[in-house]
Ligand binder design. Structure first.
Ligand code: GLU
Length: 544
C-alpha cells in the first residue's frame, strides 16, 4: 500500500535515491579534510553573523585542504527578494571569502540553488512514503490552528504529533478521495520518537547537549512540493557530502528533528557545530545585534564606513578563536591564512561584537602596512566614495605618502588610522586646498596663547636641510634666547622665571600649521609643508 501511495503522490519522480547516491559519490579527500558550506537564504539582507559563519566554515575547509561551497537556500519564496543572490555573492567577494564550488560557480554536487533541486527532494520524500516513514497530510490551516490553540491552553507541546497526527494512517482510498477533490496537502515525516526519551547532540563547539527526542511529524514538503529547511538541509548536506554543518545556534532546538530525518533516510549525520550569536552591550545590558538598531549588523555598512576588509576579517578571526588575537600580535609577518582554527577555541556563548575593538584591530592592521600600501587601499576607497579627495590624493601622492610614512617604523608605530576615512581626517592639514577651506581650522586652539613674534623669529632659522637633532637644537636655542626654558625639567623647577618651555614652542608651531593639538611627529610635518608652506600658515593664522 505504501508503494502505491508513493506512486500516487509522486508519479513523475523517476529518479531514485540509489541513482542520486551514485551521481553524488562520497568525495575523495584526504583524511581529516572538512567539507563545509555556507547556506544563506536570499532575503536581501546579509548580516555580520552570516559572514562570521561563512568565514569560520571557509577557514576550516581551507586549512584542512577540504571543500567549502555555497548553497543558496531559497525554499522560502515569500522571503525572497530581487537581487538578493547578487548581494550574497558581492559580500563574499568583498570580504574575500572564496568558495570552491557552489551557486554561480558550479561543481559536481550541484545544483546549488535549492529551488533547482525539487526533484531530488521529492525522490527522497517518495522513498520515505514508500517505506511508511512519511505521509500526506490534508489538514487545513484552520484545523491546525485549532489544535495549536488547544495545545497552548493546556500548555502542551505545540505541533502535529501523536493523536493530533490524524492523517498518519489514512487509507489509500481516503487519500485518493482527497486527491480527487484537489485538497491541498503537505508531506510529513512519521516521527518514531518517544517523548520520554532524550538524545545527545555532540556539538563541536558547545559540547554535549541533551535534548528531548523529536516526536513531531514535521512537514518535509510544503503544499507546493518545495521542501522545508529541515528536509532540504538533511538531504543536501548528505548528497553534497558535507562533513561539518556549521550554523547559528538558533538551530540547536531543531537538531532532534534533523537527527531523526537522517535516521529515517538512512544517512550518516554530519558533525554539527553551532555558533553563538554576536551580541552588543548597550546601557550595561547584553543583547543580540539587531537589524533595526545597529547599522554595523549589515555587511554593507563596513565598505561605506571605510573599514578595511582585512580589519573585519581579523576581527572575525579574533571572535572565532580566543587564541587568535595573541597569535596575531606576536606574529607580525603572518596573515590569517597561517593560523589554524579549532572548534575548541570557539566561544560557546554570546560573543560581544564591539566596534571599538574592531577599530583597534584596524589600527593595528593599518600600522603594519607600508605607506604606499595604505595609500593604494585608501585611494580605492576614495575613488568610490569621495572623488574630490581621490583627485587630491593623486595630485599630491608624494606628499601624502611622506605623511603616511611618519612614525611607521619602530616598536610603537603610529595608530591614528582606523578607517580609510581617517586618512583624510588625519592628513587634511597638509593639503592647502583642504586646510584653507576649513571653516575654522583653529577650533582646538586659544589664539592669544600663540606667541606669533616667536614663531616668526623661528622661521628665520628654519631649514628643511636640518636633521631632527639640528631642528630641535635650533628650537632649544630659540627658547633660551626668548625667555622659554630649554627643557621641561628646568621649567618645572622654577616656572616663574619663564614664559613657558621648549614643548610649548613646539605645540604653538603644531597648532598654527595644522590646527590640531595632536599630530604625528612635528619635525616631519614641518618638512613636508616646507618653509613657504609654514610661513603661509603663520600669515593665515594672524588673519584669523
Ligand atoms: N538558510 C539557513 C539560514 O540562513 C542556513 C542554516 C544552515 O547553515 O544550515 O539560517
Amino acid at each position: 500500500m505504501n508503494k502505491e501511495l508513493a506512486e500516487l503522490l509522486f508519479p513523475n519522480i523517476l529518479v531514485t535515491p540509489e541513482e542520486l547516491e551514485e551521481k553524488y559519490p562520497v568525495r575523495e579527500l584526504k583524511e581529516g579534510a572538512f567539507v563545509t558550506r555556507f547556506g544563506p537564504s536570499p532575503t536581501g539582507f546579509m548580516h555580520i553573523g552570516n559572514l562570521y559563519g561563512a568565514f569560520i566554515s571557509s577557514s576550516l575547509a581551507k586549512q584542512s585542504n577540504g571543500v567549502f561551497y555555497l548553497r543558496i537556500e531559497d525554499t522560502d519564496s515569500k522571503r525572497e527578494v530581487e537581487g538578493a543572490k547578487e548581494l550574497i555573492l558581492n559580500a563574499l567577494e568583498h570580504f574575500q571569502i572564496s568558495y570552491d564550488e557552489g551557486y554561480s560557480k558550479g561543481g559536481a554536487y550541484g545544483p546549488y540553488l535549492q529551488s533547482e533541486r525539487k526533484e531530488i527532494y521529492q525522490a527522497y520524500a517518495k522513498r520515505l512514503v514508500e517505506e511508511g516513514k512519511a505521509y500526506p497530510c490534508f489538514m487545513t490551516e484552520e484545523e491546525i490552528s485549532e489544535i495549536r490553540e488547544g495545545q497552548e491552553l493546556r500548555k502542551e507541546m505545540i505541533g502535529i504529533y501523536g493523536h493530533y497526527a490524524v492523517d498518519r494512517n489514512l487509507s489509500l482510498e481516503e487519500v485518493q478521495e482527497h486527491l480527487k477533490n484537489h485538497d491541498p496537502y503537505v508531506i510529513r515525516m512519521k516521527s518514531p520518537g518517544d517523548m520520554h526519551k532524550e538524545i545527545v547532540l555532540h556539538d563541536l563547539i558547545k559540547g554535549d547537549i541533551t535534548l528531548p527526542e523529536n516526536v513531531i511529524d514535521e512537514v518535509i514538503l510544503k503544499k507546493d512540493g518545495i521542501p522545508t529547511y529541515h528536509f532540504a538541509h538533511v538531504v543536501d548536506d548528505h548528497l553534497m557530502r558535507t562533513t561539518h554543518v556549521i550554523r547559528g545556534d538558533e538551530w540547536v532546538p531543531s537538531f532532534p528533528k534533523h537527527l531523526q530525518l537522517n535516521q529515517l533516510l538512512g544517512f550518516k549525520p554530519c558533525k554539527y557545530a553551532h555558533i553563538a550569536p554576536l551580541t552588543k552591550k548597550e546601557d550595561g545590558k547584553i543583547r543580540k545585534l539587531s537589524k533595526r538598531k545597529d547599522p554595523e549588523f549589515s555587511v554593507d555598512y563596513y565598505q561605506q564606513a571605510g573599514i578595511p576588509v582585512e580589519g573585519v576579517r581579523l576581527y572575525l578571526a579574533t571572535l572565532a578563536n580566543t587564541n587568535f588575537e595573541e597569535w596575531y600580535l606576536q606574529n607580525k609577518d603572518k596573515t590569517i591564512a597561517d593560523f589554524t582554527f579549532s572548534f575548541k577555541k570557539m566561544p560557546t556563548g554570546g560573543t560581544l561584537f564591539d566596534m571599538e575593538k574592531l577599530n583597534n584591530i584596524c589600527r593595528t592592521y593599518f600600522s603594519r602596512l607600508s605607506a604606499e600600501a595604505l595609500y593604494q587601499e585608501s585611494l580605492e576607497y576614495y575613488e568610490k566614495y569621495d572623488v574630490s579627495f581621490a583627485d587630491i590624493m593623486k595630485k599630491e601622492k608624494e606628499r601624502l605618502i611622506a605623511f603616511l610614512d611618519i612614525e611607521r617604523d619602530g616598536k610603537r608605530p603610529r595608530k591614528d588610522i582606523a578607517t580609510y576615512q581617517d586618512v583624510k581626517k588625519e592628513s587634511f592639514y597638509i593639503f592647502d586646498e583642504l586646510f584653507y577651506q576649513e571653516e575654522n581650522p583653529y577650533q582646538e586652539i586659544k589664539k592669544e596663547e600663540i606667541d606669533i613674534p616667536l614663531l616668526e623669529e623661528y622661521m628665520m632659522r628654519f631649514s628643511t636641510q636640518d636633521s631632527q637633532e639640528e631642528w630641535y637644537e635650533k628650537i632649544k636655542v630659540l627658547a633660551e634666547e626668548s625667555g622659554y626654558a630649554p627643557t621641561v625639567k628646568m621649567y618645572k623647577e622654577s616656572p616663574e622665571e619663564y614664559k613657558g618651555h621648549i614643548g610649548d614652542i613646539c605645540e604653538m608651531l603644531r597648532h598654527v600649521v595644522t590646527g590640531k593639538v595632536q599630530t604625528p611627529n612635528l619635525y616631519n610635518i614641518l618638512n613636508i609643508l616646507g618653509k613657504q608652506g609654514i610661513e603661509k600658515r603663520i600669515e593665515f593664522f594672524k588673519k584669523q
